[in-house]
Design a protein around this ligand. Structure first.
Ligand code: FE2
Length: 216
């Protein structure tokens, strides 16, 4: 590809990093699913695993359409791969030395960390699409519009699970599944609102449990 196009050097590295993040995501969800005890969380992560596999395909297709080899090694993707492998190893360590509840929390933390990078990649791809040539934008924009919405859900919903699983482990009233699930959170503002609403939801859950206990 000629160097005078926008998708050269740093932008191209972003595309390779994004692909490597998604490939790492497949490994991370596969491992996290082995540690997930909650049926609802397993269902959620199974859906995200399938979507992440599709994201690998979407990014590979974009790179090929740009005349780039999706298998080329770059320093940036090497670093991203190291991070992904480290998260998988972290979960494997937890599955060996932590109790199942704690290992599930480690898995949720690792997914949240991975999805933070994934989410950032797609946000940047969206910015890139705005400044790209018409030809490049025609490749990036539809992919961004489809994938970014899913990335919002992956990040904000899993962050909600991580917070509530921790609260449950601390012996405090948790909202499970988290409010991010029921409120259909897709943006940072909605995620903040869902987090704020959790106190009221936790109180309702606690009162309902207390009423049931006293009725026995
Ligand atoms: Fe993704």
């Amino acid at each position: 590809m000629p160097n005078n196009t926008l998708l050269a050097s740093v932008p191209v590295d972003l595309m390779y990093q994004a692909l490597e993040t998604e490939k790492g995501g497949v490994q991370i969800y596969t491992t996290a699913l082995r540690l997930a005890i909650s049926k609802d969380l397993r269902e959620e992560w199974n859906k995200y695993l399938e979507q992440t596999k599709n994201h690998v395909q979407v990014l590979s297709d974009i790179l090929r359409a740009l005349g780039l080899d999706p298998d080329v090694e770059t320093p940036g993707r090497k670093v991203v791969r190291y991070l992904g492998t480290s998260l998988v190893k972290t979960m494997e360590l937890a599955s060996r030395c932590a109790d199942p509840q704690a290992a599930q929390i480690v898995a949720a933390e690792c997914v949240t960390l991975a999805e933070t990078k994934d989410h950032l990649n797609w946000e940047l791809i969206g910015e890139l699409a705005k400044k790209a040539t018409a030809e490049e934008s025609a490749l990036l924009t539809p992919a961004y519009e489809q994938v970014e919405r899913e990335e919002d859900e992956h990040l904000y919903h899993t962050a909600g699970w991580t917070r509530e699983l921790w609260i449950q482990a601390l012996g405090m009233p948790a909202v499970l599944p988290p409010p991010e699930e029921t409120k259909k959170v897709d943006t940072a503002i909605e995620a903040a609102e869902a987090k704020k609403s959790r106190t009221a939801s936790a109180k309702v859950t606690t009162n309902t449990k207390a009423k049931k206990a006293s009725a026995r």
